[in-house]
Every structure is written in C-alpha cells, then in structure tokens.
Design a protein around this ligand. Structure first.
Ligand code: NOJ
Length: 811
C-alpha cells in the first residue's frame, strides 16, 4: 500500500537497506477459486484468502492457520489534508518538554493489525531489555504500553522493561507446535506494537508515525526457514574476521600508551588470551574523532604495530557528531561540502554531544557516505594502521539537548526527507559508511585480497547484519542485567542480527568477583565477546579480583578460544543462510511446548546447551535438557538423562553447566594461545557426541579468517559423520556458494567419543582401512582430568583438507 491521492509524499525506505535483486525472485500465486466475496490463492504450501470487504487476508500453511491481516479492520491511515481552523491540537505542531515539532505534513500515521491464530508466543521487535517470549502489553505497569521502535540513547536502562532502546528491527516471529511464521514491516519511523494474548491467539496492532505499509510475510514453516527467507530480503551476517570472535578488552578509557602497554602485557603475564584492545572517546583530541590526543598517544602507529607484533588489533571509537570547529578538518570539509543534517530552516543542525556544539553527517545521503568512507584510508586517518578497526557509538543519533536525547523530527535530510521518516535508519547508514571506509582501506592496502571490515555499532536496523556487529549498550553491573542479556541476544538472533553481545561485567557500577566470574562464564558464548566499563568505575581487567577469580576467568576465556572453530563454522552458516548463532531452545526443539518460553538456557548452534548462572551464591540449579536428545556434560562427559521436567544439578564457582547434544560433532582447538592469530596453525580436536542410535554429524569451516577470498572459493568446509562405527570426513557442497578450494596444512590431533558403550577390552581405530590405533578411556577435557567418560583417539594425524574414514572396532 503506497499512497493516497492527492499525494502526501509518503516516505519509502530506500532500497539499499535491503539486498538487491530479491524482488526478481517472485513466485506467482495460483488462483484456486473466486467468489464475489473472496479470492483463494496458493503458492507451495501457503494458501491465502483475500476478502474484499472489508479488506483482509487469511494466510495458512499446510492447512494450519498462520496469520490474519486486517481481520480486525484496524488498517488505517491519516489522509492528506489541508489545515482547518478547527483541527485538533497537535495536528500541525506538537510541543514536548520545551521542544516544538512543526509538522509540515500534518498527521501521517498508519496502522494495521496482524493476528496470529492458535499461537501463544511471539518473539522479536528488538531492542528492549525484556523477556524472549513477548508479554501482552495490556498488563500491569510497565507492560501497559505498546512496545516502541525508536532508536534512542537511553540512560541507565532498566532490565525487565518494554522500553525501546538503541536499535529497531520491525520483525516478529510467531511459533506454535508445527508452525513458525514471520512478519517484517519495512518502515523506519517511530513505531508502536501492541501485543494482546488470549487463549486462542496472539493479536498485534502496529502503528507507525509516517511512511507506508510495506509488509513481508514469511511462511516457511520452521524458524530456520523463516530466517533464511528474511535473509533473502534483508541479507545475511557478513562473515567476520576471525580475530573479532576472540576476546575484546575495552574500557572508557585506557588512558595513554603506557596504560595500553600495561593492560596488554597483563594478559600475557596472566596467560589469558585476547585479541583486541579498545580506546574510547578520551583518546581523541577534544572529541574530534579520527584524531589523537598527542600528549597521551604520541606514537599511535608504533603502539598498534607493537600490539600487532603479538597478533593483536586495536579499535578506536568514532561517533557521528562532529565538533563545530573550523580548524578541525572533518568539520570544515563537511561543512563546505554541505554534508550535515539540516534543521527545519535549512541551516546546518547544531546539537550538543561529547564535544559540545556539534553537527551531524547526513549519512542518509550516498554521497556523504562515500565521502565519509574516504576518511578511513591510511593517508587520511593519521595515526591509523591496518591493525586498527572502528567502533561507532551514539548513532541513534544521540543529541544531548534534543527531544528524548535525539534529533528533532522536523530536521531535514538528503532529498528533503524529514527526520521523523528515517530516524531508525540513521544508525545503520552511519555504520555502513564506516564499514565501507574500512573496506576501501583494505582494498588500498591489498588490492586483491583486502581485509573484511570490523565496525561495532550501537544503533541498528534490519540489514545491520550485512554491515557488522552491535552490542546492547549501557547495561549495569547487576545480576539482573547479566540475566536479561540472554533473551536480548536471543531476540537479535531471531531477527537476523546474531553478531551481538552485551558488555561483560556490566557498563555502569562495580561488579564483585562472583558477578565478574559468572559474567565471563556466560560471555564466552556471546557471539560478540567484549569486557567494557564506564569511566567512573574501578579498574576491572580480568586479573584484578584475586588469584582464584583470575584462574576462573582465564579458564573461561580460554574456553572461548577452544570453541572458535565451532563458532566460526556457525558464523559461516549465518553468512550463507541467515541462521542464528545463539538459539532459544524452541528453535532447536520446535515441538516441545514446555520450552517455548525458556530463556534461562540457550543453545549455541545446534550442538551445545548453556545454562547461565545469574544469581550469587548458587550451588545447584535446575536445568531443562529437552527430551528427544541425549545430553553430555561438557566438562565431565557424563551422560545426563533428558527429562520433560527440569533436573537439579550441582555447581561450583568454577563453571556453569554446559552440555553437548548427542548427535553432534564439534570441532575445537585446545592449545592455549595468546590470541586467535596464534592459533592459526594449530591442529583440531573433534568431539563426537553420539545420539541414541550411535550416530553424530557436524562440520568445520576454515578460511584465511581475514579477507574476502572465501567469496571466490578460498575456503575449506568439511562435513563429519559418524555412523555404523565409521567416522568420515567429506567435502561440504552447498548450492549458491562456490565450492571450496583451500588446502589447510593442519591435522586432527584428537577425536573424543562420548557415548560409545564401554567395553572391557576397549576399541581400536582403523585409519584408512589399515593403520590400527588403540583407543583410550580418558577425560573429555584436561579441565576435568578425573572424569574418564570419553573414549579418545590420540594422534590419528588425519588431514583436515582431505577425505578419510576411521572405523572403530571392538577389541
Ligand atoms: C556510550 C557508550 O554506550 C559507551 O559504551 C561508551 O563508553 C560511552 N558512550 C563513551 O564513549
């Protein structure tokens, strides 16, 4: 539905927010029947009944009711009108806390109702610190107001609250036994979504302040199918550089070069791996981004090269507000070129942010983004090196003296578009421009084989996954914030943006040793894993909480590095098919109604289940291990029974409960190293966790971890299967991506079997049909050497690159 006549000039989200070409892949609908009241159409397993009066659509999949559009007749829009003397107050101007919004086009709101019949659970519409399965909005405060989608810099946000935060993705999934459906309303204005649950359905009403109804419905049937369809429109996760999946150490602020050196060497002294050290706003010359405070950072190039000599990278912060200072080259160039957002009178908008009086690059303009991208080449960004990556903060945009700490809605952008229309796109466009800058830099450094960009953003929209990761902003050092980080990240994964994380330790406040320990133990599973802290907090590098805590955090972070092959492989699937990294239990067990609202546990891919501990003093916890699978404790290797109800397990401060799901093969790298780069030549371990039939499967994806060469097939993707006591490695072929051609000179040094029946005389392995090696009973991991629940094949010397078969034979 696009417009009315006479035209009010309704805003449409530009096509570069979506991937190009998706609209050429249309499937036609077949007309099944027609009456004077309705037409019935079908495509594949989806059936659609279109009622003429009042207009409504009823969609079903395989005969199961999936979605009703406008069944409540709430599709409504404010039509174009001329000013009348008796118009209600607020039609043509609104005032709020000293701010006046001139509304030159008058009211433009548009709404519609979407009802999910037979469903009890809906998920999505981030970002907010709330439950995974969205609650009704007609409850007690604060759940008595609709969910809002309006990117804002929210100071000290509360957990368990429906309030909208820094980013917006207008995507909702509904799930019931046998069916998942998804909807995506592409609209970038302020939006509200009401959710009302009854016993028989979830009813939702959506209202946007302006724009059009541009609704996508995904009827794939399962969550992976819905997410792949959404990804065909909004894109998949850009494959990150491998280093960026390691641990990031951040703080507002690492003060100077000596501080950087001290923190960096602290990791080595305490034998804790990490990959990236971050500098916040204080590193700049008076919050002029892309400059350095030369008294604190006199030798930024040498500093970065020193880190790089140990395989480490640096990130600096670059915010979208530009200090209004004519001696600052970014400001003067942008001002001269007319690159700033305008106020309603057409002059450069002037708002307040960290540097004081600031203007904001109008990144909604492709030309401004091009110019912005050019600022990141090594000759332009003085003091930068190819080891430096970028953090975009405050890009909601945050304006300290603006309404709700953002820009006036009647500010003007490229094409004379009002800010009210494209507010939620400011963040992604800024993020895009910066990422393009790093791509450009990469191609200048190495024309053939430039680096993939790494740019972290705070604000986001549909499509941000194609650009880079986000984090959940300014959380607090409280147990409840650790807890809510899980549903927040799960929701992002379900709305196509899996590369995300929460500040480990909590941004505001001072975590004690126990909170710090538990946060790292969960944080190692965040797709983006960074410790960060507010300027006024106590220092909290991992070794500052006493020896026992240092040891526990070391174990946790090393665990992240052990898992990198598995995590990187999951990212490859996110990259090819839009699949999430962290997954709610229902995603993996879609028929198990008991887990539809579970957010106290999560899956990492399909092979691991993690139970965070989110309270102090815990010595035992209830764990739900869904039926239909076999589960192995990831430390001891012991089998746990799957039960419909939860079971109590004992825990210590040393670890949180984590399980391998039977039927999985998980690739690991077990040698402790100082960074991901230092692991590059290390051999792999395969954990083969058998299901009830004695079978398992999994895969391993490898490439240079750095460049775009994988897009030309310079990668290796192997499938592993265990069946009838034979473990085989075969090449993985996927339609739509070039076949892999990379040779990797590494081997598999250990294969660990969980769930092989214990035999008195044990087993031997026949490698390639001849060479026999005796298997040993032993521990799953050296972290729990006393538990001898695994059967281990040591030093089989299996090449990662080629096909092979290992047969397990009883002695
Ligand atoms: C707000 C960001 O959310 C936070 O992470 C950062 O440290 C401060 N801005 C200062 O740049």
């Amino acid at each position: 539905m696009v417009d009315e006549s006479p035209s009010v000039g309704r805003y449409q989200v530009p096509s570069d927010i979506l991937v190009s070409g998706w609209e050429n892949k249309k499937h036609g609908f077949k007309e099944e029947s027609r009456t004077s009241a309705a037409i019935t159409l079908s495509t594949g397993e989806t059936k659609l009944v279109l009622y003429f009066q009042p207009f409504s659509l009823a969609i079903s999949v395989k005969g199961v009711a999936a979605l009703q559009i406008n069944s409540r007749n709430l599709l409504n829009f404010e039509h174009r009108r001329h000013k009348q003397a008796d118009d209600p107050a607020g039609y043509w101007e609104e005032s709020w806390m000293g701010h006046t919004d001139s509304k030159p086009k008058g009211p433009e709101a548009i709404s519609l109702d979407l009802v999910f019949p037979g469903f009890q659970h809906v998920y999505g519409i981030p970002e907010r610190a709330t439950s995974l399965s969205l609650r009704s909005t007609n409850g007690a405060a604060p759940y008595g107001e609709p969910y809002r989608l309006y990117n804002l810099d929210v100071f000290e946000y509360l957990d368990d609250h429906p309030f909208g935060l820094y980013g917006s993705i207008p995507v909702m999934l509904a799930h019931k036994k046998g069916l998942t459906v998804g909807v995506f309303w592409l609209n970038a204005a302020e939006m509200f979504v009401d959710v009302v649950k009854t016993r028989s359905e979830v009813g939702t009403q959506w209202i946007a302040e302006s724009g059009i109804v541009d609704l996508f419905v995904f009827t794939g049937g399962s969550a992976p199918a819905v997410l792949s369809s959404y990804a065909r429109v909004a894109g998949t996760t850009a494959l990150p550089q491998l280093f960026s999946l390691g641990y990031h150490q951040c703080r507002w602020n690492y003060k100077d070069e000596a501080d950087v050196k001290m923190v960096d060497s602290g990791f080595d002294t305490h034998e804790i791996p990490y990959d990236v050290l971050w500098l916040d706003i204080e590193h700049t010359n008076g919050k002029r981004y892309l400059t350095w405070d030369s008294s604190l950072f006199p030798r930024p190039v040498e500093m970065q090269e020193d880190l790089a000599s140990r395989g480490r990278q640096m990130v600096t912060i670059v915010d979208p507000h530009v200090k209004r200072d004519s001696s600052y080259y970014i400001f003067s160039e942008a001002e001269t070129a007319g690159h700033f957002v305008k106020n309603k009178h057409g002059s450069d908008f002037d708002g307040w942010c960290w540097p004081g009086s600031s203007s904001y690059l109008d990144v909604t303009s492709p030309a401004v983004r091009d110019w912005w991208a050019q600022q990141f080449t090594l000759d332009k960004y003085k003091g930068s090196t190819k080891h430096l990556y970028i953090w975009n903060d405050m890009n909601e945009p945050s304006v300290f003296n603006g309404p709700e700490i953002t820009m006036q809605k009647d500010n003007l952008h490229y094409g004379n578009v009002e800010h009210r229309d494209n507010h939620n796109l400011f963040g992604i466009y800024y993020h895009m421009g910066t990422a393009e800058g790093l791509k450009l830099r990469g191609s200048r450094v190495d024309l053939e084989n430039g680096d993939r960009p790494f740019v972290l953003s705070r604000a986001f929209f549909s499509g941000t996954q194609r650009v880079g990761p986000i984090w959940t902003g300014d959380n607090a050092a409280q147990w409840s914030h650790l807890k809510v980080s899980v549903p927040m990240l799960l929701t992002l994964g379900l709305t196509g943006l899996p590369y995300s994380g929460a500040d480990v330790g909590g941004f505001f406040g001072n975590p004690d040793a126990e909170l710090m320990t538990r946060w790292y133990q969960v944080g190692i599973y965040y797709p983006f894993f960074r410790g960060h802290a507010h300027l006024e907090t106590q220092r909290r590098e991992p070794w500052l909480f006493g020896e026992d805590t240092t040891a526990r955090i070391r174990t946790a972070i090393r665990g992240r590095y052990t898992l990198l092959p598995y995590i990187y492989t999951l990212f490859r699937f996110a990259n090819t098919s839009g699949l999430p990294i962290l997954r709610p239990l229902w995603y993996e067990f879609p028929d198990n109604e008991d887990v539809f609202a579970v957010e106290e546990e999560f899956m990492v891919g399909s092979a691991m289940l993690v139970k965070p501990i989110v309270a102090p003093g815990v010595s035992s916890v209830d764990v739900t291990l869904p039926a239909g699978a076999r589960w192995y404790d990831a430390l001891s290797g012991a089998v746990l029974p799957a039960r419909t109800r939860s079971q109590r397990v004992q825990v210590t401060l040393d670890a949180i409960p984590v399980y391998y799901r039977g039927g999985s093969i998980v690739p690991l790298r077990e040698r402790p190293r100082r960074s991901s780069v230092a692991q590059a030549a290390d051999p792999y371990t395969l954990v083969v966790a058998l299901d009830d039939k004695g079978e398992a499967s999994g895969s391993l994806y490898v490439d240079d971890g750095r460049s775009f060469a994988f897009q030309q097939g310079r990668y290796l993707h192997r499938d592993f299967t265990f069946k009838s006591l034979k473990l085989t490695s075969t090449v993985r072929l996927e339609s739509g991506v070039p076949n892999g051609t990379l040779t990797v000179p590494t081997t598999i040094e250990r294969v660990v079997f969980l769930g092989l029946p214990s035999l008195k005389r044990g087993y031997k392995a026949l490698i390639g049909g001849k060479h026999a090696v005796q298997l040993e009973t032993g521990p799953l991991t050296m972290l729990a050497p006393h538990h001898e629940n695994a059967v281990v094949l040591r030093k089989p010397g299996l090449p990662v690159t080629y096909d092979w078969q290992v047969e397990i034979v009883a002695l």
